[in-house]
Write a protein that binds this ligand. Structure first.
Ligand code: PMP
Length: 368
């Protein structure tokens, strides 16, 4: 038997992984790509020059392992969080990894796992249950309301009933766009028996205050997860991070792989953070465009779910997947997130959004 003849079914895979499908947003070569919630603006030349220079400087050290604790990078991340919230975080309150997906995986490795459970309020970020499965954490899903808002009373009741070891709240929520208020988060934190992860991947686009404001009230429970993949325009650099009590960071160090952040990643992320202010100036443009796209879609007769992020969920379609294909035929790649009747579009540059809106006009007037 050759290597090509062995199939997945032949392998001694864990039983609980059989039949599962991997995370898979299509990566297609289309003119207008509005499907993975990235910042549409590439780094300015000054930033890419600084990243290149930083990488070149560190290239002479490639024979050595990187700083295992990424202390300088974590200090810079703490400085950024302190500048945008009213907190006084240090490197000890911040942990970083290759994307917030890796951060979340480490959280479940440390606080979930066999015999433990996690709860999410769905529809929400599809990687939460996938990471739960990978770490053998039992997954519970509680539905949001029909309008996709968080029913806080039902959410608290679910927490009290299920007593999960980890509660995930995504705010703003991907793929629906709404945020949780601090009062709602307090209610969940009060009810939760153990860890509450607020996934704030899209926080920079939101008008709600960050749950980082609650860290001192709930130091033994709250983990706030963030990423440089969205507002920071660093999706390709892979850098996610979290803010929590230093003891939480100690816990994650028990499960992290040594030297997980390469010298190249650390150097590039630090250079990108130095240019943070300039990069984050794009947030206002993106939020303005989100409002324009939402209003224009509504005028065309679509149902638009109010969004606090850099994407918009809209519908309603009898056959969302067929409509997704029509957009693709018009050169616009958006996302079918598997919610009946709805599709999600990432806010792009004004030109990309115009192309999306032009395609929407076709879709709106076409038969469904
Ligand atoms: N959380 C949420 C809610 C997300 O939407 C994403 C990216 N789609 C992530 C976490 C992970 O992002 P990354 O690993 O690039 O930091």
């Amino acid at each position: 038997m050759s290597t090509d003849e062995v199939t997945l079914d032949d392998l001694p895979l864990r039983e609980d992984l059989r039949g599962r499908t991997p995370y898979g947003a299509p990566q297609l070569d289309v003119a207008v790509r509005l499907n993975t919630n990235e910042n549409p603006y590439p780094p300015p030349v000054e930033l890419s020059a600084d990243v290149a220079a930083a990488v070149e400087r560190t290239a002479g050290q490639l024979h050595r392992y990187p700083d295992r604790d990424a202390t300088a990078l974590r200090e810079q991340l703490a400085g950024y969080l302190n500048a945008v919230t009213s907190s006084a975080l240090t490197a000890g309150h911040v942990w970083a990894a290759n994307g917030s997906n890796e951060v979340l995986q480490q959280v479940l490795q440390a606080f979930g796992g066999p015999g433990r459970s996690a709860l999410g309020f769905v529809p929400s970020y599809s990687m939460h249950p996938i990471i739960a499965a990978g770490t053998r954490t039992e997954w519970h899903a509680e539905q949001r309301r029909a309008d996709f808002s968080l029913d806080i009373d039902a959410a608290v009741a679910a927490v009290l009933r299920l007593r999960p070891d980890v509660v995930f709240v995504t705010s703003p929520n991907n793929p629906t766009g709404g945020s949780a208020s601090l009062a709602e988060l307090r209610a969940l934190l009060d009810a939760a028996p153990a860890i509450v992860v607020v996934d704030e991947a899209y926080a920079e686009f939101s008008e709600q205050p960050s749950s980082i404001e609650l860290l001192d009230e709930y130091p033994g429970k709250l983990i706030v997860s963030r990423t440089m993949s969205k507002a920071f325009a660093f999706a390709g650099g892979r850098l996610g991070y979290l803010a929590a009590a230093p003891a939480m960071v100690d816990a994650l160090q028990l499960v992290r792989l040594p030297y997980h952040l390469s010298v190249l990643t650390q150097a590039a992320a630090r250079a990108a953070l130095e240019h943070g202010q300039r990069t984050l100036a794009s947030v206002a443009t993106i939020v303005g465009e989100r409002k324009r796209v939402s209003a224009t879609l509504a005028e065309m007769g679509f149902h638009v779910v109010p969004s606090d992020a850099n994407f918009v969920l809209f519908g309603q379609f009898a056959d969302a997947h067929r409509v997704w294909t029509s957009y693709l035929d018009n050169g616009v790649l958006i996302r079918d997130v598997g919610i009946d009747g709805y599709l999600r579009v990432t806010i792009g540059t004004p030109e990309e959004n115009d192309a999306f809106l032009a395609a929407s006009k076709e879709v709106a007037s076409g038969p469904d």
